[in-house]
Design a protein around this ligand. Sequence first.
Ligand code: ACM
Length: 403
Amino acid sequence: MPACLLPADDGAVPYRGVMLDPCRHFVPLAEVRRMVEALALIKMNVLHLHLSDDQGWRFESLKWPRLTTHASSRSKTVVGRPGNYGREGLHPENYLNKYDGKEHGGFYTQAELSELVAFAKGKGVTIVPEIDMPGHMRAARAAYPELGYNGTPQEVGCSWGVYPEVLRADEPGLKFAKDILGEICDVFDSPYVHIGGDECPKEEWASAPIARKQVKDMGLDPDHLDSYHKLQAWFTAEMAAFLASKGRKLLGWDEILDGGAPEGVVVMAWRDWTHAAERATKAGIPIIQAPSLLYFDYAQGPEKDEPLSIGPGATLEQVYAFDVYKGVPQEHRDLVLGTQAQLWSEYIPNPKHLWYMAFPRLIALADVAYFGKNRDSYEDFLKKLPARVEELKKLGIQGHPLP
Ligand code: ACM
C-alpha cells in the first residue's frame, strides 16, 4: 500500500479496503486467505483485521498467553438481536437475552498470521491489524482481571453491544498495550497499526480513584466527563509515540478525535452524525472513509427481503454512487487516503453468510475506490458484473444475487 501517495482529485484512492471482524464470529484462516484472493481480484489492497473485542481475543500473544487460553472463547452466544438493544447505560449481559449454550472461539497464531501477511503481500494486499483499546476490553479483562482497577474476574462477553469494561489508563494498562502492539509490529508489516479507540465508556475511569487522581494530576476536573476524553487522548498519544518508535503510524476510529488527536495519526471516519470526516480533515488529519453506508453487516435493501442483519442498509447502487469525499471540505480532499467497507460479524455467523453480505457490494466499492470518477456508469457496471461474479465463484465465493 503506498502509504503516503496522495489521491488524484477524481476520487481514486490509494487505500482500498475491507474490515473483517473475527471476534463476534470467528473467521477460519482459510476464509481470510480467500478474502485476500478476492480483494486482489477486484483491485482492493487492504484487509483490516479486527483482532480483539469484548466477545473474543483472536491474536496470539506470547507475552500474555491467557489471551489465547482464556480470552479466545466464550461460553455461549446471544441468539438473534439482543433484547433492549441499544438502550443507553444497560450492561449488555443484562439485556433480555436468549443464548445458544454453545462455546464459540478461535484465534490465529503468530506463525499463521506471519504466513498470511506474506501470502497477502504476494497478492498486493496489506493486512492492517487492529487491537481495539482502551474500550472493547471485556475479553482481555476476563483473562487478566488486573487490567481493570478492581480485579474482579468476569466472563468473555456473550452478547452484542458495548461493554463497560475498559483498559486501566495507568502504567499496568500502558504496559499491556505496548507489549501487545510490540508483538503486533513483529508480525505485521503494515505502515498503519489500528488501535481502535471507538466506543470507550468512561464510567469505570470516572469512578476509579487511580484514574480520578490521574486526571487531577493532568490539571483536569475529575468530576467532568470531558476530562476522561482527554485521558483517552493522552493514552492514544502514548500509543502513537510507541508505534512511531517502531516506524508505524497509528490508525484509529474517529473517537480518537474527541479529546484531541495527537500529531501524525490517521482517522477512520465512521460516525457520520458527528461529521467525522469534516472534523478530522479540518484538523489536518488524513482519513479513511468508513461511513455507515459502507457497513456491509447492514442488509442490502429492505429488511423484509433479507436474512437477519443489524438493520436495513445500502443497496449495490447506493454503494456504487458513494462519494469518497463525502463530508470533506473541498480544500482538504488530499487528506482522503481511502475508503473501507466494514463486515462486523454479530449477524454474520459463518463464511457462507460473510460472502453473501460482502458481495457484490465490495466490487462496487472497489470500482469507486480504484477508478474514481472514471468508473463505468452504473448500467455498464451491471452489464459487466456477471462475468466478475463468475471469477469470484472460481474462488468459492457466492454473494448476494445480482439485482
Ligand atoms: C465501530 O463501528 N464501532 C467503529
